[in-house]
Design a protein around this ligand. Structure first.
Ligand SMILES: NC(=O)c1ccc[n+]([C@@H]2O[C@H](COP(=O)([O-])OP(=O)(O)OC[C@H]3O[C@@H](n4cnc5c(N)ncnc54)[C@H](O)[C@@H]3O)[C@@H](O)[C@H]2O)c1
Length: 349
């Protein structure tokens, strides 16, 4: 089993990574922590995989239907009520098992119940293994705005077991490369070259992505310095398209929405005189290589998407702020872009 320590100003915790490590890693953590009670919050799609596991036999659990639509306040109330019925305390331990939707909602509930109870994240999608399950951002959507309500609240440990990926539908596995390619583009040209070859070792890939996010988060835990904002490359347009897709009932999975955002924001970076045309084309080719640039199942209403972007948390002075690429491997936050360029980039998609 491999381990990476995440260190921020407020907390240090370990991410354990490997294949078939889940049971041993969780057992030793429980023995070490000796909680007064353990409860599980799990993605309902993981139930069949785990129903015979000791954890489910020994402890109470709640199953959550994990869709973007359900990433809402009703789900939070459901989880909080479960905590209340189970009479958990600050000496208890909550084990969250699922993808990014599950870890975002369950961790948010943990952050507000009794002003904070301890939790473990067990990510079960590739996207949550490389990104969503650590870093401390928790949250839910509100009025079609992604992650509008939430908190910063870290887990006590994260256990990444690639065995969970065996049951993950292929489209979600592929979609994760939206975030993985983003990591390379904002931080590491060597990682981008590594991704050019699609035959990579999964544990090594997960580690490489985790190390990039670790560096960014460690440097700017609460996004106060602004450097953490670079993790939002592709997300200004990506999140707006994702929210719009839900509104028109043609939900586009997060990773694919981020990939669309990367295409549009790379093109904007080129038009703004930052990236070269060759760099912009290299990025689009890589996105295509991973089959992430699929035709959208809905027609984009650029004005409405821009209205949605106006609600983005990174904005200031009533202006949409973008993260753009100065070059491959170097992102710059807080960039304003002329409206006609935003519209043109959306029309490209
Ligand atoms: N907090 C953060 O830092 C952060 C970072 C990136 C993304 N996110 C959030 O993560 C969410 C996307 O997460 P995701 O990509 O993991 O998708 P997801 O949680 O929606 O999971 C995708 C689908 O796979 C199912 N599933 C999960 N694990 C499975 C498994 N092992 N076998 C079979 N089915 C399984 C889920 O039930 C769901 O239907 C978005 O809401 C995004 O905003 C958060």
């Amino acid at each position: 089993m491999r381990g990476i320590n995440i260190t921020t100003n407020t907390k240090t915790y370990k991410i354990c990574i490997g294949e078939n490590i889940f049971s041993d890693a969780i057992d030793s953590f429980i023995i070490e922590q000796n909680p007064d009670k353990i409860v599980l919050v799990m993605d309902e799609n993981l139930f069949d995989v785990l129903k015979e596991h000791d954890l489910l036999k020994k402890h109470q659990y709640i199953k959550i239907r994990c869709t973007e639509k359900n990433k809402n306040i009703k789900t939070i109330i459901k989880i909080l009520h479960f905590f209340y019925l189970q009479n958990i305390s600050r000496k208890s331990l909550v084990i969250n098992i699922g993808g990014g939707v599950l870890t975002d909602v369950a961790a948010f509930a943990c952050s507000i119940y009794q002003r904070g109870v301890r939790y473990i994240n067990i990510p079960t999608t590739l996207l949550s293994m490389v990104d969503a399950s650590f870093g401390g951002k928790t949250g839910i959507n509100y009025k079609n705005i992604k992650n509008l309500i939430g908190s910063f609240y870290h887990p006590d440990i994260v256990i990444v077991d690639t065995n969970f990926l065996k049951t993950l539908p292929k489209r979600y596995f592929i979609g994760a490369y939206g975030e993985i390619i983003k990591h390379a583009l904002i931080y590491d040209t060597n990682y981008l070259d590594y991704l050019m070859n699609k035959n990579h070792d999964l544990v090594e890939l997960i580690e490489k992505s985790i190390l990039i996010k670790k560096s960014v988060v460690g440097d700017d835990e609460f996004e106060t310095k602004g450097t953490r904002k670079i993790l939002n490359f592709g997300h200004t347009i990506g999140h707006a398209i994702e929210s719009y897709s839900q509104k028109v009932k043609k939900t586009l999975y997060h990773g694919y929405a981020v990939a669309k955002g990367i295409v549009a924001e790379s093109w904007i970076s080129y038009k703004q005189g930052l990236l070269t045309e060759q760099e912009s084309e290299k990025i689009i080719n890589l996105i295509n290589k991973y089959n992430l640039n699929k035709k959208l199942k809905f027609k984009i209403d650029a004005e409405e998407i821009i209205t949605m972007m106006m609600k983005d948390k990174k904005n200031s002075n009533n202006e949409i702020k973008f993260v753009l690429l100065e070059r491959i491997g170097k992102a710059i936050p807080d960039q304003t872009v002329p409206k006609n360029l935003i519209i043109e980039s959306l029309n490209l998609l």
